[in-house]
Structures are given as C-alpha cells and as structure tokens.
Design a protein around this ligand. Structure first.
Ligand code: ADP
Length: 218
C-alpha cells in the first residue's frame, strides 16, 4: 500500500518515512528534499526556492507538481511514500487526477498529529547531514549523533536547516493550519484518512503505522 503523509512542520514525516523506506522497501519521495537538492545545485531556480522556504511560505503549485510528477512517473512499480505533498487542497485534487492517470488507487493518508510546542522543539533542535541528509536532534537523547556535530552514517558535518529558526517555524506552522489542514477533510471524505499520534517517539508512531499496514510482526 502506498502512503501519503500529511502533517504540521517537523511532526516527524521525514524520520518516519526514512524508517519505513529502509525497512519495508518504499521509495521515499520528499518534496522538501527535492527542493533542497535543487538549492544545492546553486541554480537560479534554487536561489528563488531558498528565498521562498526561508520565509516559511509554500513554493508555487505548478513548480512543485512538476517536480513531483517526474519522481512519480519514474518510480517503476515500487511502493512509495509521499512526504510533503499535497500541502493544500488544490494539490490534493491534482494528485487524485494524477493517480487516476497512473492507475494508482492503493494508498492511505497518514496524518501525524503533534502539538505545536513539541513540533517546535523538534524543528529548533533538528540537525541534518550536509552530505547524506540523515536527520538528528540536539534535544532528544534517542536522536543524537554518537559524535557531536558528525553524522554516524557517513561522517559528514551536521548543520541546522535555514528554515528551522523560531520565526520561520511559526510562519510554517501558520501556513500549515491555514492551507494544509483542510487537506485532512478532503481525504476523510474519500475514506482514506488515518490519524497517528506523533507526540511520542518516531518508533512509537512507527508501531501504530505498522499495525495499520498489517506488518506489525515484521
Ligand atoms: P517540514 O520539515 O516543515 O515538513 P519540508 O522539508 O517538507 O518541511 O518542506 C520544506 C519547505 O519546502 C516548506 O516549508 C515549503 O516551503 C516547501 N515545500 C515542500 N513541499 C511543498 C509543497 N508540496 N508545496 C509547496 N511548497 C512545498
């Protein structure tokens, strides 16, 4: 079954997606990563994207949908996790149309529910490997790297994301409440929505997700 995550910023989408992708052979499609990869290339488009995400705003629907389409059409029969799309009702409708075209109907939408204070602590403590993109957290012992500032997996340098400061986080959270939350109603009506408590550790949330997917004994 394919998975779509809908959640406030820093709710744990990325962490849980990586755990699922490595243990259950999912292709992880993160629109945030697609954007950050474009920024890394230093292109003109990348500079424009950087400005938008630093303000805590959403990238244009056209652009992000184009990036997503490329990834979805090259997925070649592997199950996928969609992390970061749809972020508004318009994108949800576009996705429904795209799924019909690609004959994808086996999917579930997982809403990671989290309190704002917890999400904020996760965002402000988040550190990401500059090299491989693995995520750690300064504030949670189970998420700290073995050596401070260094990635356990590839020895790369860990840095904070430019949009993980308090001002941008608050703006991202507001954007979530205003434009992303209505997506939940859209999927509830389609009978696709499941709610996951993401106030606990990622491992606890993962256990609930495994039960929903029917793979709890794996
Ligand atoms: P978070 O950790 O807040 O969930 P992401 O890494 O998913 O953030 O995304 C980072 C930023 O990229 C967002 O704040 C937004 O500006 C942009 N972005 C990601 N996905 C989308 C999308 N589907 N539509 C518009 N903008 C997006």
């Amino acid at each position: 079954m394919n998975i779509i995550f809908v959640a406030p910023p820093a709710a744990g989408k990325g962490t849980i997606s990586s755990l699922l992708a490595s243990n259950y052979d999912y292709k992880h499609i993160s629109t945030g990563d697609l954007i950050r990869n474009e920024i890394k290339t230093g292109s003109k488009l990348g500079t424009e994207l950087q400005e938008v995400i630093n303000k805590g705003e959403l990238v244009s629907d056209e652009l992000i949908t184009e990036m997503l389409k490329k990834e979805l059409t090259k997925k070649e029969n592997q199950k996928f996790i969609l992390d970061g799309y749809p972020r508004n009702v318009e994108q949800a409708k576009v996705l429904t149309t795209l799924f019909t075209k690609l004959k994808i109907n086996d999917y579930i939408v997982l809403y990671l529910e989290v309190e704002k204070e917890i999400a904020q602590k996760r965002a402000l403590g988040r550190i990401v490997c500059q090299n491989c993109g693995s995520t750690y957290n300064k504030y949670f012992s189970e998420c700290q790297p073995q050596k401070e500032g260094i990635c356990d997996k590839c020895q790369g340098i860990l840095i904070s994301r430019t949009d993980d400061n308090e001002k941008t986080f608050n703006k991202r959270f507001d954007t979530y409440l205003k434009v992303t939350q209505p997506v939940l109603d859209y999927y509830k009506k389609l009978n696709k929505l499941k709610i996951i408590d993401s106030n606990q550790t990622a491992f606890t949330a993962l256990e609930s997700i495994k039960r929903i997917l029917g793979v709890e004994n794996d």
